[in-house]
Design a binder for this molecule. Sequence first.
Ligand code: NAD
Ligand code: TYD
Length: 352
Amino acid sequence: MNNYRKKILITGGAGFIGSHVVRLFVEKYPKYQIYNLDALTYAGNLENLKDLEERPNYNFIKGDINDEKFIINIFSRHEFDGVIHLAAESHVDRSITDPLAFVRTNVLGTMNLLNAFKNTWDNDYEDKLFYHISTDEVYGSLGESGLFTETTSYDPNSPYSASKASSDHFVRAYGETYGLPYVISNCSNNYGPNQFPEKLIPLFINNILNNKPLPVYGDGNYTRDWLYVLDHARAIDLIYHKGKNKETYNIGGFNEWKNIDLVKLLCEQMDEKINREKESSEKLITYVKDRPGHDLRYAIDASKIKIELGWEPSVTFEEGLSKTIDWYLSNEDWLMNVTSGDYQKYYLKQYS
Ligand code: NAD
Ligand code: TYD
């Protein structure tokens, strides 16, 4: 497999998860040509991939998956063997204020990619694959017990998760209707380097550094299942190469945390790393108005990918969180660049 000169299109490669997937593929498969297609929205940042710019098997294409003509054009020019589709609007809070943007990119953008892939190969799909990256949020919310499996019914509650669910359905429909080869994976909450500070962990790291309040939504008893982003990237590599056609794989950390407990652990690690007095960051915790439609609990049963493909997380949460904080502390310029300008407007609108 490694010797085959595949052309792989990775969409959203300048974003958080995409940047780690691009790096893994470029470094691990020198014979593949990797094309990173990204519109460079507020969440996309080429700084995330600076170290790859001179690699002969890495190509960056700036473009919008909503631009149908452009997508048709790049597919006819490059005839991609595989697509790993991560480009998306990804933040639940933004989906509450601008749901249509999520329909455009997550649903219609995905349709443009599916159509271009289908028309490029015209039923001759040998050794071709469309890999759609999705989220556990499509399954809706769990109560105090139970886990999401691959057969859990879809029950999305936010405009973000509804748009992701819709795109998952279209990918499956293209598989059934047109025989398009696909895999889908639904992953739990990721954390790690390069995550935009609108999501819980990097937002709170940035606020602690700046001595700003830590806005915990509601009572803080919401639960998420956290996975280190490099473990997600490894799972994507495995599924791309070994996953079965038309299958879904759930990916999760076996690592549930109530938000408030996670935030306290983060505060503790931060105090130690930036030499602040014990419990000083915790004093920044502020309970704020809850998110509308806030899902109580997500938790993944990742036994299928473990049994079938031999994948499991490689770091504990304490280790992963520590590495993540270290990355933000040694990349303060990155953090300053992404939190200037429009970020301030977003922050005021969301939290004032
Ligand atoms: P992100 O917001 O950090 O990055 C998204 C990337 O897509 C950015 O680089 C952005 O510029 C690009 N993009 C957005 N709209 C585009 C468009 N119209 N055309 C081209 N590029 C566009 O997101 P992320 O957290 O890295 O998530 C990546 C994927 O993984 C998404 O599909 C998301 O639904 C899924 N996912 C994320 C998580 C998580 O915890 N972050 C968990 C499970 C699944
Ligand atoms: P987030 O990182 O936005 O991921 P998702 O909504 O996709 O799970 O949020 C993780 C959890 O943290 C979620 O329960 C909402 C909560 N949260 C806060 O309490 N305060 C915040 O400022 C943010 C961004 C999230």
